[in-house]
Design a protein around this ligand. Structure first.
Ligand code: MN
Length: 364
């Protein structure tokens, strides 16, 4: 190509709607090297054929894509580039959703605190819970790596993986949480949760550090902490929490599984999900490294019934059958027994663990 066809950086900037400053940056980053650099003046010259790429870079920048990833997209053919942009956007949406949930949690937390400051003389309503837990190995597994805890203020279920039956990561995580089962002001809830998640994660990490054969172990964790009438929910993995209120059953956690994210994206139907070969593949867990828990703050009401369960229940037993037990079996002990029996009757392919807790007025 003759130099007569080349555009100066100013002309190319106008044509591509990028600034000369941006063009120099993209050159330095290897995103869009000029067709020619004059050896004497150092001027950058661009070929008109480079406009397509320059425009693509500009659009990807508008999308907020990091420069390193733009470089990857620019090297791909159109079909692969399309797939890469789609994958990037899916990840952005998932992250935005998680941040939105955290924002909602913080709004609830701060609103509650400000209301408490205003109406200080009036004590926060105290609710009590009546609870039962049951855990069963199932019919197929050689060990039970599920663990549960239920106390006056704390309910938790954890489903360990990667173990050989000694100390499951779930046990370490639950042990680290137990100190939360105490009366605490609602204003301390956020710090307490932060501490709890990190101590549970550290406990899993210490397990691996003490014995290299423990590497690759981890656990899911779903826990509820009651403070006054505030119920804080922490969730990582595929255990579930349900609320039975006014006769309706609501799942109040979102599974961190590959299948659930494919469902969310509309890339799988419910029927396909149920028989997906990687149905139990987790995309988040407590495994000693970075933790990204979902946090929710809820108002608990007298009459609420909560169920925490491992996937050994939710994968095996239809939600309608779970609801039927929760609605009709009044005693929590009987309810957890019935639920575990249902999983067993369904073949008991996995460990199964349930916690049922009934919320009542503190004065009652
Ligand atoms: Mn399980």
């Amino acid at each position: 190509m003759g130099s007569r066809e080349l555009l100066t950086i100013g002309a190319f900037a106008r044509a591509s709607r990028l600034t000369p400053k941006a063009l120099r940056l993209y050159d330095e980053l290897g995103l869009l090297p000029p067709a020619h650099v004059d050896p004497h003046s150092g001027y950058r010259l661009y070929h008109p054929d480079q406009l397509d790429r320059a425009r693509l870079v500009a659009w990807l920048r508008r999308l907020g894509m990091p420069l390193a990833r733009i470089r990857t997209v620019c090297e791909l053919g159109p079909a692969e580039a399309a797939a890469e942009v789609a994958a990037y956007w899916t990840a952005v949406e998932a992250e935005t959703k998680a941040r939105g949930e955290l924002a909602a949690f913080l709004v609830g937390y701060l609103t509650d605190r400000s209301e408490r400051e205003i109406i200080m003389p009036e004590p926060a309503p105290t609710l009590t819970i009546r609870y039962a837990t049951r855990s069963d190995m199932g019919r197929v597994r050689a060990h039970n790596e599920d663990r549960a805890y239920a106390g006056a203020r704390l309910l938790a279920v954890a489903d360990g993986f990667g173990g050989d039956g000694e100390v499951p990561a779930s046990a370490a995580a639950i042990e680290a949480l137990k100190s939360l089962d105490t009366e605490m002001p609602a204003g301390d809830l956020l710090n307490a949760l932060e501490r709890a998640i990190h101590s549970a994660n550290a406990a899993v990490r210490d397990l691996a550090a003490a014995d290299p054969s423990q590497e690759g172990r981890g656990t899911t964790l779903t826990a509820m902490l009651l403070s006054g009438s505030q119920l804080a929910l922490v969730h990582v993995g595929d255990c579930r929490a349900y609320l039975l209120r006014d006769g309706g059953l609501f799942q109040i956690t979102h599974d961190h599984t590959l299948v659930q994210s494919l469902l969310d994206e509309g890339r799988l139907t419910r029927e396909e999900a149920a028989s997906h070969p990687q149905r139990s593949l987790l995309i988040r867990a407590l495994a000693g490294s970075g933790v990204e828990p979902d946090l929710h703050l809820r108002e608990a009401r007298p009459g609420d019934r909560y169920l925490l369960c491992s996937d050994g229940l939710s994968v095996v037993v239809e939600t309608a059958a779970v609801k039927e037990v929760l609605r009709t079996v009044a005693d929590p002990d009987d309810a957890v027994r019935s639920l575990v029996d249902l999983a067993d009757a369904g073949g008991g392919p996995d460990n199964v663990t349930c916690v049922v807790a009934d919320v009542a007025d503190g004065a009652a």
